[in-house]
Design a protein around this ligand. Structure first.
Ligand SMILES: [Zn+2]
Length: 362
């Protein structure tokens, strides 16, 4: 499967001119190739395919000297894009391919990053053929040798690079001592089957209170009034602030788990019933949990680990011995009348999640 990293890049003025120039020439080629397909179809009743168009590139380049400054593979990718647009059209997934103007042709692609050593040889930079070493802010860890293509995009007045990594699902082998089950809840952000209790970050609590207060104020304001608009903006600002803090916390937490364990199991939260919690708290935590799940998942893939969601039914009502131990949310300690196990309920759940996961891959 593929994962993509998007990083901001910061070209010098000279590099930026080259990049805009590349975009322009790629777009010109795209439009020319499209017009060729139309012309040939009109004249012969038959369309051109990718290979036929690719064979014309050397001739096209001879009559258009300016294309010397662009890597051949980047040009081939342009024709692939057009071919893909036609394929989608024939498959009835999209309309007939259109000519592109500047606003609709905003990226070019190096389809084979085979010179890995050069591409990422300079820390903090990416090497783009014919453009040079461009400054890059990699805010996430990535494995250079796994990157197979680089797409350079101009968006919202800024330049980015989308790096695609090819990763394989790892083989499943020995699991003893390598696995962890994770239970998420409101008392603790998460409890791990190894006995780790991860506290809910304080800013969650703080912001919950603050948001609740603001929501109450908002509800008292007259609809359509100035004050209501201001109150709404306040709420939105607070949401944005906490979203950033949350992301940071989730990145760190998920990374530390993925580093420690090879097999990571969580409950499939989509089906977990959290209905008993207050609406507001629920929305904040839900957002955190699903993001936590997706961070765990991509980090696991990145590091060749296994991430699985297990069915959540009954993980809070069962004992490790298999006995049924029914308890409502207010009961925080699990006490089994059959085997005598006494442990925090979330810890027992985490252990059950781990077991279910191991059973799934056994
Ligand atoms: Zn028991």
């Amino acid at each position: 499967m593929q994962i993509t990293y998007r990083f901001a890049i910061h070209p010098t003025n000279k590099q930026q001119r080259k990049m805009f120039h590349t975009l322009k020439l790629c777009r010109k080629l795209y439009n020319w190739a499209l017009s060729e397909r139309q012309r040939v179809y009109k004249e012969t009743g038959k369309g051109l395919n990718y290979t036929q168009q690719q064979n014309i590139i050397p001739i096209y380049k001879k009559s258009h000297q300016e294309y010397k400054g662009i890597q051949s593979q980047v040009l081939q990718d342009v024709l692939h894009r057009l071919d893909f647009a036609y394929q989608r059209f024939f498959a009835k997934e999209a309309g007939y391919p259109r000519f592109k103007d500047r606003n609709h042709y905003t990226s070019f692609t190096y389809p084979q990053v085979d010179e890995v050593k050069k591409t990422f040889s300079k820390p903090g930079y990416i090497y783009l053929s014919k453009i040079g070493f461009v400054k890059m802010t990699a805010h996430r860890e990535f494995i250079p040798s796994l990157i197979s293509r680089a797409n350079v995009k101009f968006h919202g007045g800024k330049w980015y690079v989308n790096l695609t990594a090819e990763v394989e699902a790892p083989p499943i082998k020995n699991t003893i001592g390598n696995s962890v089950g994770i239970d998420v809840g409101l008392e603790f952000f998460a409890v791990l089957s190894d006995g780790t209790f991860i506290e809910t970050p304080k800013h969650y609590r703080k912001v919950e209170k603050k948001l609740a207060k603001l929501q109450r104020q908002l509800s008292r304001k007259v609809k359509g009034s100035n004050n209501r608009g201001k109150a709404k903006a306040k709420v939105a600002k607070l949401h944005a602030k906490v979203a950033n803090q949350r992301k940071d916390f989730l990145h760190k937490t998920s990374l530390s788990i993925v580093k420690r364990y090879k097999y990571i199991f969580v409950e499939d939260l989509k089906v977990k019933n959290m209905a008993k919690n207050k609406k507001l708290a629920k929305s904040i935590h839900d957002a955190g949990w699903s993001m936590f799940g997706s961070f765990l998942e991509y980090k696991a893939i990145q590091k060749g680990k296994v991430f699985l969601k297990v069915p959540p039914q009954g993980t809070s009502q069962e004992c490790l011995c298999g006995a049924s131990v029914p308890k409502d949310l207010s009961v925080r300690i699990h006490q089994c009348h059959v085997c005598g196990l006494v442990q925090p309920r979330d810890l027992v759940s985490a252990k059950l999640i781990e077991r279910r996961g191991l059973a799934m891959i056994a």
